[in-house]
Design a protein around this ligand. Structure first.
Ligand SMILES: [Zn+2]
Length: 696
């Protein structure tokens, strides 16, 4: 454990320099840097460890009483720090399995992960069932068919091999797509049940030593997880799940209607080793020590899932908030959030994220005690039921959509934290510069003479003159409601690297973290430092520190991709208007940045700043449309959404690219023109913001 005082010494090693802080006037920058220096010293590894130990003490699935405990603990901490707090409850249609059984050739399989030595959590608590959340109920028996990863293209391959899963039990390995897509495709092709397993090649002994000897997944380890496609309560699409609201019936919900069960590779070996029939295509062999076959059969599997759908499908969930009202722009919201539910003890996913948020909140609270005030309103949030489909955050975004659309200036997401020494980040290109700037200001826990940014560059082997790559906000976590639905600029970051072998398993425990991920809790604390600075900088910038030059620049290659798809289909699509509009945004962004930096050398009056900021808030909103995507109206962002055939990977310019995928050239052109008009409008907001700054 590094003592608290150590950070003061480490901190001094990073030269702060006198350069301008993006979006701050000269005097504002001095005050901000002083406050940030002090705030940076607040996150404390010992306290992070204590939060983690308490929050990861036992499984806490959404919809169970354990979540009332984590709710109360987080609220108690935020209150003690001096925040105003709020709990928002929603009533969610979220049936839980009550009984799950699988048989291989008539022999029942043990679906328990079981206690292991050196992991007291696994010894002290009853283990949650092996749940694929929102899977159907039923009792199905049939020949086994191995479907590789269960992707859209894997079923096309099966078709070409003359193999059908109709009336069969499909078995798919985890990876390469969101598991909800695997369930949707299995059901669509007529499977009567789906088993999803972790293959040792992707997630087990082929990667490294297995738990508890190493951090990787053991044979009995199970990856739980939701198989619903989409975000939020499936019974209330687009509106908040309050008690008494109208709900759509089950057959219309985007959830599987066949039983889906996750299993470990020990059990998968029992099933797969005896499958014969068709030879596997190239690339379908996994890491188990025998030759895989597609089947069907002769191995038979029986899958039985009972749920409380008929008796108690509705469950309460709770989001928590610590709030500080902004002194100058109380209606402008800067939000950091992460999910508080888990599939087991969840020490990594996502107690780590909650710990980082709590320590960031405490850093900010301590600065407030020392006299610092945020100009904008700060929300420190924890979301419930993310694991079932980003439910808590989505219900909140739907509940407060008007307020968020008007005043949401940034949403920062924390999902997974303290998982190792390596840094990664992502989000809207408008906020990537801010995240890099903050990463430059914070020393790396393992190399105090280096900033996290420098470490990041070295670890990613980034050539000079380039920046480390960042992820796009496509899908998979709580930014969905804020970005994909409402168009609020988002950023996320995390420390990781220890590996994913306990992901959604009962072994994602406090002891796993201390043995393999962050023994000193310094990565948790570093992540909290970043959170505190991101919040403080966004809260008090004189001009909101978005970069629309980088945004435009990041969009450019995606036009070339559209041109390429058009050529491949021998279509003539006119991408020139979109290209022009994106160039216009990039140019507008560049001249805005230059004007902002020169204007902020002086001290522009508050009304000038407020007018410019009001325009800036509109820029990314202009890249959404109220009626959403044709295929998925909830998704309003026309820049980034989750690929509907993958769930994890991002689809850029979805209105256009989905039209191309559907083979509709006329629609593709119409969508291109629509998108061009929206980029032109976004560029005009940036221009108007610039004009506003120049007003006397
Ligand atoms: Zn998570």
């Amino acid at each position: 454990m590094i003592p608290h005082i150590g950070w003061l010494a480490l901190f001094a090693a990073i030269p702060l320099g006198a350069q301008q802080l993006t979006g701050f006037s000269a005097s504002g920058a001095v005050a901000e840097r002083t406050a940030e220096r002090a705030a940076m010293d607040r996150p404390d590894p010992a306290r992070a460890r204590e939060y983690s130990r308490i929050l990861a003490d036992g499984p806490h699935l959404a919809g169970t009483p354990a979540q009332a405990r984590t709710r109360d603990y987080v609220i108690e901490q935020l209150k003690a720090m001096g925040f105003k707090t709020e709990v928002r409850e929603y009533q969610i249609w979220m049936p839980h399995p009550t009984r799950i059984e699988v048989w291989a050739n008539g022999r029942p399989l043990s679906l328990s992960e079981g206690p292991v030595a050196g992991d007291s959590t696994s010894q002290r608590y009853p283990e949650p069932l092996p749940i694929n959340g929102y899977g159907g109920s039923g009792d199905a028996e049939g020949d086994v068919v191995y479907v590789n990863y269960g992707l859209v293209e894997d079923y096309a391959t099966l078709d070409s091999l003359g193999v059908s899963v109709k009336g069969k039990v499909a078995i798919a390995r985890y990876g390469r797509s969101f598991r909800g897509i695997k369930a949707r495709e299995a059901e669509k092709h007529g499977a009567i049940a789906l088993l999803i397993y972790s293959d040792p090649q992707d997630d087990g002994y082929v990667q490294g030593d297995v738990y508890p000897e190493g951090p990787w997944r053991p044979a009995q380890g199970i990856q739980r997880g939701s198989v619903m496609n989409g975000a939020g309560d499936p019974s209330t699409p687009g509106y908040a799940s309050k008690a008494g609201v109208a709900r759509i019936p089950l057959p219309q919900m985007p959830v599987p209607h066949i039983p889906v069960v996750p299993i470990g590779y020990g059990n998968a070996a029992e099933l797969l080793s005896l499958v014969r029939g068709v030879e596997i295509p190239r690339g379908w062999q996994g890491g188990l020590p025998f030759r895989y076959h597609v089947g069907p059969g002769p191995t038979r599997a029986r899958v039985r899932v009972e749920t409380d759908t008929a008796t108690a499908p509705m469950k309460p969930i709770w989001n928590t908030f610590g709030v500080v009202t902004g002194s100058e722009y109380p209606d402008e919201l800067v939000i950091i959030g992460g999910h508080r539910d888990a599939w087991g003890p969840g020490a990594g996913d996502n107690v780590g994220g909650v710990v980082a948020i709590l320590e960031a909140a405490r850093a900010v609270a301590e600065q407030m005690k020392a006299g610092w005030r945020p100009k904008r309103t700060l929300l420190f949030a924890t979301w419930d039921a993310e694991e079932w489909g980003m439910i808590g955050s989505t219900e909140y975004a739907e509940d407060d959509s008007l307020r968020l659309q008007r005043g949401g200036v940034a949403y920062f997401n924390q999902d997974g934290a303290g998982g190792g020494p390596n840094f990664g980040g992502g989000g809207s290109p408008s906020l990537r510069g801010l995240l890099r700037d903050v990463a430059k200001a914070i020393p790396h826990p393992d190399a105090p003479d280096k900033s996290i940014y420098q470490w990041w560059r070295e670890q990613a082997k980034v050539p000079d003159g380039q920046e480390p790559a960042m992820g796009d906000p496509g899908g998979g976590s709580d930014f969905a409601g804020f970005y994909n639905h409402l168009g609020i600029p988002t950023s996320d970051w995390g420390m990781g690297g220890a590996g994913g072998g306990v992901y959604h398993s009962t072994y994602d425990s406090f002891e796993w973290v201390i043995r393999f991920a962050d023994p000193r809790f310094v990565y948790h604390a570093a992540q909290a430092r970043i959170g505190a600075l991101m919040m403080m900088r966004m809260a008090n910038a004189d001009v909101l520190p978005y970069d629309y030059a980088e945004f435009g620049r990041t969009m450019r290659p995606h036009i070339a991709a559209i041109d390429k798809s058009a050529t491949a289909r021998r279509w003539v699509l006119n991408t020139a208007p979109l290209s022009d509009a994106i160039m216009a945004l990039e140019r507008a962004g560049a001249s805005f940045n230059a004007t902002r930096d020169s204007v902020l050398v002086g001290s522009p009056p508050k009304n000038v700043l407020a007018r410019a900021n009001a325009q800036l808030i509109q820029v990314e909103r202009a890249l959404t449309r109220a009626e959403g995507l044709r295929t998925r109206p909830w998704y309003r962002s026309l820049v980034y959404v989750a690929d509907e055939n993958n769930g994890y990977s991002t689809m850029v310019f979805p209105s256009v690219n989905e039209a191309i995928r559907a083979g509709d050239q006329t629609l593709a052109q119409r969508e291109l023109d629509d998108l061009a008009a929206r980029f032109a409008r976004a560029a005009s907001f940036v221009d108007t913001a610039r004009t506003a700054l120049l007003a006397k």
